[in-house]
Design a protein around this ligand. Structure first.
Ligand SMILES: CC(=O)CC(=O)SCCNC(=O)CCNC(=O)[C@H](O)C(C)(C)COP(=O)(O)OP(=O)(O)OC[C@H]1O[C@@H](n2cnc3c(N)ncnc32)[C@H](O)[C@@H]1OP(=O)(O)O
Length: 447
């Protein structure tokens, strides 16, 4: 079977940044370490006044097409995953294709376009759709572009305000891919949940603490479902484990839970038994409450062991690098975790063609999905080609007052009386220019 997977990746960050410990924490009266150590975040990316989900997605897609030497006629499908869509009918992919047609010869008339929604999970689902379309032989030898793009903004004063972000990732899904091959084995954990949602509103209604528990429960179910279709998992078999990362502190919790689950009844559990005992078994306890308390105690001990720390530092911590500097990018979040892992491998000059990643995606509402990916021969050149460090360095550092203005500009219902000037100068990129006669958003390419 020909390999199908991710052949190219490009990232676009919102061009503004909010310093969480330096600018946000003092205004909130918080200890800066709540952000750097607790949530695990240094900065959030924000969109400049001329940026939105379309400009960021189109800019990422153009970067990808240019790097891969592609023209519109080469692309068979464009899917966008977002939870920040501003149009209930016309998909964001049509706006993005319209932008791209301004700068390339030819058009995307032949291309199948769509929009995927399941909160932050939608990007992974769009990759699945592209994979299935290629595998079914319906792609006429053309690859698909999958774009994940979000302005992850929360209402002012919501606890989620600390975990905002804005950015896009464009990925080329093709046969014989350069970066990773996708496996057919998948595990799901899916339930109707009311933890984070946007019923006809721009900013989420979110029960933050519950959303953390729902994330962990769906991940556990997805892991169990994944185990049901694969052999027993050995965590050491995976070079990295990129998780959906709303903030790195969330992944710290998920990784510990995954590790405990996977080592149960293995030599790893035995090796730790002298130090912290064996894992509590429910049958040994009178009721669920006593069992759960014992599990919490075991987890507290587990995270201090050298065995766990070594695995976490090698396989999980390196996936959090970009997230710490950009915040939550919703649909893009697990995809920048994958890129962070590959960047770590590059820094370490790691030879890992043929090694695997265990990728754990999640979307509120709620569903988790887990699958494996195998590293391909061309990964190094693709990751070396990324300019995300330059983009991050070039971001404009907002003051508190400027942050308040930017948040207002991007709030649809806000009647911003004064004009807020752009903070950065567009340079060879798509920009939002205003509204058309049917209230559609309009875009141009700024040379
Ligand atoms: C949204 C998605 O993308 C989908 C999902 O993944 S859902 C799961 C994640 N949920 C979200 O991201 C929802 C949006 N976020 C939120 O609602 C909130 O940011 C939140 C609920 C996650 C946290 O809000 P909060 O109540 O203000 O923070 P709080 O829990 O007090 O502190 C955060 C962490 O910092 C720690 N902390 C606080 N002060 C600290 C300090 N001075 N030094 C070190 N750590 C500190 C806390 O102990 C806590 O860590 P633990 O959970 O490990 O105990």
């Amino acid at each position: 079977m020909t390999a199908v997977g991710i052949d190219g990746i490009e990232i676009w960050t919102g061009k503004l940044k909010l310093d969480l410990p330096g600018t946000f924490a003092p205004e909130k009266g918080d200890d800066p370490e709540k952000y750097t150590k607790g949530l695990g975040l240094n900065n959030s990316s924000f969109p400049d006044v001329y940026e939105d989900i379309v400009t960021m997605g189109a800019n990422a897609a153009k970067g990808l097409m240019d790097r891969k030497g592609l023209e519109p006629e080469d692309i068979g499908r464009i899917d966008v995953a977002t939870e920040s869509a501003f149009d209930h009918s016309k998909p964001v992919s049509t706006y993005i294709a319209g932008c791209l047609e301004q700068v390339y010869d030819g058009d995307f008339t032949h291309a199948n376009k769509g929009e995927r929604k399941f909160a932050c999970l939608a990007g992974t689902q769009a990759i699945d759709d592209a994979y299935n379309w290629i595998r079914a032989g319906r792609n006429r030898d053309r690859p698909a572009i999958v774009i994940t793009t979000d302005t992850a903004l929360y209402a002012r004063g919501d606890p989620g305000e600390a975990t905002q972000g804005a950015g896009a990732v464009a990925m080329l899904i093709d046969e014989d891919p350069s970066i990773v091959e996708l496996s057919t084995d998948q595990g799901y954990g899916s339930k109707d949940e009311t933890d984070f949602l946007k019923p006809n509103q721009q900013f989420p209604s979110v029960d933050g603490k519950r959303s953390v528990q729902v994330y962990l429960s769906r991940m556990r179910e997805a892991l169990e479902d994944y185990e049901s279709v694969t052999d027993d998992i050995e965590l050491e078999d995976f070079a990295y484990a990129p998780f959906h990362t709303p903030f790195p502190g969330m992944v710290r919790k998920a990784a510990l839970l995954a590790y405990r689950h996977v080592i149960r009844d293995t030599a790893h559990e035995d090796a730790l038994a002298d130090e912290i005992g064996r894992q509590p078994r429910e049958s040994e306890y009178e009721d669920r409450e006593a069992y759960e308390e014992a599990i919490r105690g075991y987890m507290d001990d587990l995270k201090t062991t050298e065995q766990y720390q070594t695995w976490y530092d090698t396989a999980v911590e390196p996936t959090l690098g970009l997230s710490r500097e950009v915040g939550n990018w919703y649909t893009s979040s697990v995809h920048i975790a994958r890129v962070s892992a590959l960047r770590d491998a590059l820094t370490r000059d790691r030879e890992f063609v043929g090694d695997t990643l265990l990728v754990a995606s999640y979307g509120s509402g709620a569903q988790a999905e887990i699958h494996a990916e195998t590293i391909r021969e061309g990964w190094r050149a693709e990751i070396e080609g990324l300019d995300i460090d330059d983009q991050l360095d070039a971001r404009y550092d907002l003051t508190w007052d400027e942050y308040e203005d930017v948040h207002d500009v991007h709030e649809y219902d806000m009647d911003v009386e004064r004009e807020v000037e752009e903070f950065t100068q567009p340079d060879g990129e798509f920009v939002f220019t205003g509204w058309g006669r049917m209230n559609e958003r309009k875009y141009e390419y700024a040379e």
